[in-house]
Design a protein around this ligand. Structure first.
Ligand SMILES: *Cc1c(COP(=O)(O)O)cnc(C)c1O
Length: 417
């Protein structure tokens, strides 16, 4: 029996499109977007949801987000260009990044993106200058480093004091003062993002409280009225046993309650609230299919099973020890009797996709499906060892469609002289 994902036989997909193959389910993406609608957008006034596109961005993904009416977070000229390529409404684009280049800022100003989220006073001044040259004004939010630790890998924790992201609390007043004085800057409010892949709402709530106090202080001390507050993303998804996944409302409800109560108690305007989930929308909507090649048993040590991809299509295990579940797509009815280690094909000993996976008896040619690879896999893929990037297909109601062609060797040489 074969493993069926989102109504499609994955072994057939591997045959038709080849491996490695990124398989995305539009149905699952839609389930997530519906949950955002039901537990956030429909429940509150004056709110907005942005998809953090760095998790997975292709033209087709941008089209889906556009069609569903969500906003889009981008962090680079390339992401912005992709959005523009599908005529994404520019007023619904939020431009992030801790070191936006002059080229990127000019591009975003020319496109008239809705917001810049600013990471430093220097950047605010730079945007002001460039906006002046172009005779335009830029709406900005200031990204606050709330100084809260989050319970996640330190490479995906972003809200702690010692972070490259955001304006540290001691400099915030100066950042607000500077912004309000600059003629080509319109300061709308604040933003925070505490980290990624979180199962506990504590750090979100702590950061919300800190930023609410900032909003109060800035009104009292500078007369600044905060019109917008962005709560970031970071909501955790299921990768492996033990991942204690919560509903979106587990994060949203208490934050919204806190905001409504604090602003009403302190006689403050309740700002427009936005969220920016990335991983949460696409992570569980993706799987990767591989063909098993070499099977090497080191007697008494371990069995390495080689697949036709690896850190080039999924660098997360090598980058931050990310763990995944997987199954043998053409043998899901067979008993798992063996324990093997799934090795990528790259020339790095760290290129191991899964340690100690329970599998049925394997043969070369079997199809392996690794689950929850929809976020930060395709978007982090590389050509290390000159491995060509896989194709991406999108499944909808049992029908697959190709959305990104498999890279060819010629493609890899296209910029070479
Ligand atoms: C990465 C990022 C997100 C999305 O994070 P997820 O964990 O994928 O939800 C949201 N906002 C900002 C500013 C980010 O950098």
């Amino acid at each position: 029996m074969n493993y069926s994902f989102s109504g499609c036989d994955t072994v057939e997909l591997a045959k038709e499109y080849g491996t490695p193959l990124y398989v995305m389910s539009e149905d699952i993406i839609m389930d997530k977007i519906n949950e955002i609608n039901n537990s956030f957008l429909k429940n509150y006034d004056n709110v907005e949801a942005y998809y953090a596109s760095k998790a997975f961005l292709t033209k087709e993904m941008a089209r889906i987000i556009k069609r569903e009416g969500l906003g889009l977070d981008v962090v680079s000229g390339g992401e912005l260009y992709t959005a523009k390529a599908v005529d994404f409404p520019v007023n619904k684009i939020m431009f992030h990044g801790n070191n936006k280049t002059v080229k990127e800022i000019k591009m975003a100003l020319n496109y008239e993106v809705g917001h810049f989220v600013c990471d430093s006073i220097g950047e605010i001044q730079l945007i002001d200058e460039l906006a002046k040259d172009l005779d335009t004004r830029a709406n900005i939010l200031i990204r606050v480093t709330p100084g809260v630790d989050s319970d996640t890998h330190k490479y995906i924790s972003t809200g702690n004091v010692d972070s490259k992201f955001g304006v540290p609390l001691p400099l915030l007043k100066q950042a607000v003062e500077t912004s309000t004085k600059l003629e080509n800057i319109v300061l709308k409010g604040f933003h925070f993002h505490v980290g990624s892949q979180l199962f506990d709402n504590t750090s979100h709530l702590l950061a919300t409280e800190i930023v609410l106090n900032i909003i109060k202080e800035m009104k009292e001390e500078l007369g600044f009225i905060t019109e917008e507050l962005d709560l970031g993303g970071g909501f955790g998804i299921y990768y492996k046993k033990g991942d204690d996944v919560k509903d979106l409302s587990y994060f949203i409800e208490p934050m919204m309650k806190l905001i409504e109560k604090f602003t009403s108690d302190n006689n403050l305007l309740r700002p427009k609230i936005s969220i920016e989930p990335g991983r949460w929308i696409v992570g569980e909507a993706g799987i990767t299919l591989y063909t098993i090649g070499s099977i090497k048993e080191i007697p008494g040590v371990r069995t390495y099973v080689g697949v036709d991809g690896g850190m080039t299509d999924n660098p997360r295990p090598a980058l931050y020890q990310a763990e995944y579940e997987a199954l043998v797509a053409n043998k899901i009815d067979k008993e798992c009797t063996e324990t093997v280690t799934i090795a990528g094909k790259c020339c790095e000993s760290g290129d191991i996709l899964i340690w100690d996976l329970k599998v049925p008896s394997l043969e070369s040619g079997d199809i392996l499906a690794i689950k929850s690879t929809g976020a930060y896999n395709y978007s982090m893929a590389s050509n290390y060892n000159r491995v060509e990037r896989p194709a991406v297909i999108m499944l909808k109601e049992g029908t697959p469609r190709l959305v990104v062609k498999r890279e060819s060797y010629e493609d890899m040489l296209i910029n070479e002289l």
